[in-house]
Design a binder for this molecule. Structure first.
Ligand code: NAD
Length: 388
């Protein structure tokens, strides 16, 4: 079985799918590993490090893609400089494992099916206990939550901690975290470590205890509807619920020095939680960091990839935060892939076993078919929108 690691071509993507340490573990299991020359450069892993770990360094990109049994990547395959699509370089029957965003960009699934590629999407790994070591959404979201707080702390014209000095006492910063999933909980922990007073809100009431156990106050909003979908994710809520939420959170936003927004609903545009009016009510010098910027943003003033000034408030819409910490992001992602690849190996050979619930859930295309119902629906919606 030959496993290949492609060099990421997306601008700004600094992560790599495998680090030398994971390569060594795979080689030890009798797997041949090819790594594209320079694949680890942006995350500070050299070709020599990979070679020492037992990988073959490949300079011919076409050969690497075409001769892989399993191709590992971080970001969605793209169009190359020569106009060809990366997915078209794979041969029929090959396995591709990567973030593929199949609900947001379902056209990729259609292409992969046409190419007879068996594609496993890291977004589709179930959020179960057995799949925890493969949960790349969590490993990367945690980095995003941590980094968002550091960005906010650097942009805030104030201290985070309370300080008693000879020159007077400094009050601690007030930080409000909206969305207490994996990224939000890490943001709470990080803001607390920096000494801020932290409040958090989520439409899933189940997170209250986790928020409190990290030393933050949970802001409660009573809603008369179910807010939790299958798999523990948030549901898209009604207009009435959105309005009720906004009434309650507006006061907390107004009093905060920093607002970090992390709210997402899988496959949907991110919900607007911070309106323009709410930003207008914030104190000058306050900072909003919107982790959901790539999904449209939780703040009405967010511009993805930009810092926006609004009445003295800075709204930061970072893109691909995990990539800004490529060493640990790649290390954790590589471990996620290593755990998943182990499910696909039997006696050193490739064995895609659909009886395994994790493999079955993650696999979006196989033998020319799209296997996932939600991806099929997303594709149908896209087709009707394009036709209309
Ligand atoms: P996510 O990135 O999809 O969303 C981030 C947070 O935003 C979620 O907590 C969500 O409830 C919240 N949110 C959505 N709409 C909102 C709104 N309108 N207002 C306020 N908050 C809103 O979530 P995630 O971090 O990927 O986690 C999703 C679920 O998966 C959670 O239940 C989490 O506990 C669960 N999970 C389970 C495991 C496991 O058991 N192995 C691992 C990771 C995550």
């Amino acid at each position: 079985m030959r496993l290949a690691v492609a060099r990421e071509i997306e601008v700004g993507e600094r992560r790599v799918a495998l680090i030398p340490d994971t390569v060594a573990r795979l080689v030890k299991k009798g797997i041949e590993v090819w790594v594209e020359a320079g694949a680890g450069e942006s995350s500070f892993f050299t070709d020599t490090d990979y070679e020492t770990a037992g990988a073959k360094i490949v300079t011919d990109t076409d050969a690497l893609w075409h001769e892989a049994d399993v191709l590992l990547k971080v970001g969605i395959p793209k169009e190359r400089e020569d106009g060809r699509l990366e997915v078209d370089l794979l041969r029929e029957g090959a396995v591709l494992i990567s973030f593929l965003n199949p609900l947001g960009e379902p056209a990729i699934a259609q292409r992969l099916a046409q190419r007879q590629v068996t594609a496993l999407s890291m977004e589709m790994i179930p959020r179960t206990t057995r799949a925890q070591s493969m949960d790349a959404l969590s490993s990367q979201a945690s980095i995003a939550g941590y980094k968002a707080v550091l960005i906010a702390a650097a942009a805030l014209p104030k201290y985070f901690p309370m300080l008693t000095t000879a020159a007077g006492t400094i009050a601690p910063a007030k930080v409000f975290i909206m969305g207490a999933g994996v990224a939000g909980l890490q943001a709470i922990a990080t803001a607390r470590r920096l000494g801020a007073v932290v409040e958090a809100f989520d439409i899933r009431p189940a997170v209250k205890e986790e928020v409190q156990s990290l030393g933050a106050k949970f802001v409660e909003v009573q809603l008369n509807e179910d807010t939790v979908a299958d798999g523990g994710y948030a549901k898209e809520v009604s207009e009435a619920a959105k309005q009720r939420t906004q009434e309650v959170v507006a006061e907390h936003i107004k009093q905060s020095d920093v607002v970090i927004t992390t709210a997402q609903v899988p496959g949907k545009k991110a919900p607007i939680l911070v309106t323009e009016e709410m930003v207008a009510q914030m104190k000058p010098g306050s900072v909003v960091v919107d982790i959901a910027a790539e999904q449209g943003g939780n703040c009405a003033c967010t511009k993805p990839g930009k810092d926006v000034q609004y009445n003295g408030v800075t709204i930061i819409g970072p893109i691909n935060l995990p990539s800004s910490m490529p060493v640990h992001a790649s290390q954790l992602y590589a471990k996620n892939l290593f755990s998943l690849v182990q499910l696909l190996i039997k006696d050193s050979n490739l064995d895609v076993n659909f009886a395994d619930d994790i493999v079955s859930a993650a696999c979006i295309t196989h033998a020319g078919e799209i296997r996932n119902q939600r991806v099929k629906e997303a594709l149908a919606t896209l087709s009707s929108a394009t036709a209309g």
